[in-house]
Design a protein around this ligand. Structure first.
Ligand code: IPM
Ligand code: MN
Length: 351
């Protein structure tokens, strides 16, 4: 029997509640599919930081490297200044584990949950491949003459040929292997960011030569947001930099029905990947058993896909779809018609 080691970081706010349901579904999928896994829980997050004054213990990265995958709830605490936990935990894990891809599927399961008029599940079904290790997230910049009238703040977008190429290549491979339409759109801003996206564009078309079966397109990021709303059916796979990927995937999450259903994977194809619901820690719903666990459950399915347990991943996805289509009243917290626990139970039942 195949056996995996999964590190679990329930994290802050509603993180532990949605992870609990995610693990419940993972366990059911493992039994049905015939594989085993063991979990080790890590208490990283705001509460630990406030208690110990340390964002991550020094051994965190080397400890996590010993696992086959990481399942993350949410990081973010109302009593901690913005930036500390994000940079100190989430971004540090992404960077130090070299999870250079942030894979974010945008898939509408049911028309009822789309805020756009007359859009069907067939029309909203695309994937964003977000570069996850460079760009504006690199943290390069400075203040000059801080707090004076002459103050200047710079923040540099750092793009290496190697970093861009590995991301673009992943996107081409992904499109070729996983998508029927095989259309890959580079989302950039070549008309203004004439250094960064020049490199992206040159790299994109150079790699494209190796993938004649993939149809290539280009869209500026501003036009991309327009089309997400106007004709999302135009997209199949999108590849973009870290910052643009961050922004357009929140919009993507909204057109697929909201944060309650949006999942993502921070992927190191040759190392340890980390899967998470992309909504935050939702502190106001903490402990109420009303948060939607489907995003975490879908993140669990993505985790299994990464472990090559494709059948189990598909079962979870199909079961989530059934729950969404036949049971759920609304994907928003508190309005599902079921509690967090009950939604997890329903997914297990349909599995
Ligand atoms: C996300 C989040 C993070 C990001 C924050 C919390 C640092 O918004 O995963 O999209 O900007 O990447
Ligand atoms: Mn974001």
């Amino acid at each position: 029997m195949k056996s995996y080691k999964i590190a679990v970081i329930p994290g802050d706010g509603t993180g532990p509640e949605v992870i609990r349901e995610g693990l419940k579904v993972l366990e059911a999928a493992a039994q049905k599919s015939g594989f085993k896994y063991e979990t080790v829980s890590f208490d990283f997050g705001g509460a630990r930081y406030l208690r110990t004054k340390e964002v991550l213990p020094p051994s965190a990265i080397s400890d996590l490297k010993k696992f086959d995958a990481i399942f993350l709830g949410a990081i973010g605490h109302p009593d901690v200044k913005p930036g500390i936990l994000e940079k100190g935990i989430l971004l540090k894990l992404r960077f130090d584990l070299d999870q250079y891809i942030n894979l974010r599927p945008v898939k509408l399961y049911d028309e009822r949950f789309c805020p756009l008029k007359n859009k069907t599940p067939e029309q909203i079904d695309f994937v964003v491949v977000r570069e996850n290790s460079e760009g504006l997230y690199k943290g390069i910049g400075e203040f000059k003459d801080k707090d004076s009238l002459r103050e200047v703040a710079t923040q540099v977008s750092y793009n290496t040929r190697q970093g861009v190429e590995r991301c673009v290549r992943y996107a081409f491979e992904y499109t070729k292997k996983n998508r029927k339409r095989k259309q890959l759109t580079l989302c950039g801003k070549t008309n203004v960011l004439t250094f960064a996206f020049d490199l992206w564009e040159r790299t994109f078309y150079a790699v494209a030569k190796e993938y004649p079966e993939v149809k290539t397109e280009y869209a500026h990021v501003d036009a991309t947001t327009m089309w997400f709303v106007k004709n999302p059916e135009w997209f199949d796979v999108i590849v973009t930099d870290n910052m643009f990927g961050d922004i357009i995937t929140d919009l993507g999450a909204m057109i697929q029905g909201g944060m309650g259903i949006a999942a993502g994977g921070n992927i190191n194809p040759k190392g340890v990947s980390m899967f998470e619901p992309i909504g935050g820690s939702a502190p106001k719903y903490t402990g109420k058993n009303v948060i939607n666990p489907l995003a975490a459950i879908c993140a669990g399915a993505m985790l299994l896909d990464q472990l090559r347990e494709h059948q189990a991943a598909t079962w979870i996805e199909e079961s989530v779809k059934k729950v969404v289509l036949t049971k759920i009243k609304d994907l928003a917290a508190g309005q599902m018609g079921y509690s967090t626990t009950e939604v997890g139970d329903l997914v297990v039942k349909f599995l």
